[in-house]
Design a protein around this ligand. Structure first.
Ligand code: ADP
Ligand code: MG
Length: 264
């Protein structure tokens, strides 16, 4: 991540994060694994971008680089998150597995990211309760995670990811482990939450329909080392419903994505 304020100042105010010619090379048992090869992408403020591509093409690595968890071997990363709000969780990340604490209630798990922050316990609780209601878990807030279904656990993780009101939300195949019906339900929940907040979202997914349902732009990546093959805009108004996926232009988009992905 570029540390200097001058580099960040050069970013457009409309930009949340950019990768500029970023390469990431891992050394595994003396062999070089090129995960990303001079990839560039931009996440604008308040937009949802989906990264779709074959397994191992560097999608998670791209997210990790933006979050500052991995360093690029070459190229630069710029992030335009307000330093003041960063303390309250300018970034939030969510993964395929919810990683909830079994010894805490659902509410306790959602409040966790607000602990040690400059926010009263009453406000933390209010925020967590509001989000649990939005994800349909108001009646389960005093349960423990192991008493919930997989989908409900992931709803809890969504609430936890949003409780800090992040400027940038990084989602790494958040619903990848769920069955198709639950996955669709989660898509609807997340779409509603994204719609009502000002937040930039980068979503990694294997699911073409999830990318179409949730994002404004889709970056289709090649196989490893990942490069952006094509950038596609999603021509669907918001709020979106699941059956928007059957619209003519959504189906054309799906066909284009299938063609691009099949080439690899
Ligand atoms: P994706 O999320 O698209 O499936 P990843 O970003 O996880 O892909 O990985 C891209 C490539 O980099 C893969 O070949 C993977 O094995 C390799 N890789 C990822 N992280 C590491 C690491 N920490 N050490 C070595 N190789 C890694
Ligand atoms: Mg991955």
């Amino acid at each position: 991540m570029t540390a200097g304020s001058s580099a960040e100042a050069r970013l457009s105010v409309d930009t949340a994060a950019t990768l500029n010619d970023v390469s990431v090379v891992f050394g595994v048992k003396g062999k070089r694994v090129v995960a990303l090869d001079r990839i560039s992408m931009e996440l604008r403020k308040n937009e949802v971008v989906a990264l779709v591509g074959p397994s191992g093409c560097g999608k998670s690595t791209s997210l990790r680089v933006i979050a500052g968890l991995s360093k690029p071997t070459a190229g630069t990363v710029q992030v335009n998150v307000d330093r003041k709000t960063r303390a309250l969780g300018g970034f939030s990340m969510m993964f395929q597995t919810p990683s909830l604490l079994d010894w805490r209630s659902v509410l306790g798990n959602v409040m966790l990211p607000l602990e040690q922050r400059d926010i009263s316990k009453a406000e933390a609780r209010q925020r967590a309760e509001h989000l649990l209601e939005r994800v349909g878990l108001a009646d389960f807030q005093h349960r423990r995670p192991y008493e919930l279904s997989g989908g409900m656990q992931q709803r809890t993780a969504v609430a936890r990811a949003l409780v800090t009101d992040p400027e940038v939300l990084l989602l790494d195949e958040p619903f990848g482990a769920l069955d198709a019906i639950t996955r669709d339900q989660m898509c609807v929940v997340l779409e509603g939450l994204v719609e009502e907040r000002s937040m930039s979202v980068l979503l990694v997914t294997h699911s073409i329909s999830e990318a179409i349902m949730l994002s404004d732009r889709i970056l289709v990546m090649s196989g490893r080392p990942g490069r952006v093959l094509e950038e596609l805009s999603v021509p669907l108004a918001r709020p979106r419903e699941l059956d928007n996926r059957l619209d003519k232009n959504a189906r054309e988009l799906e066909a284009r994505m299938l063609t691009l992905l099949a080439l690899r």
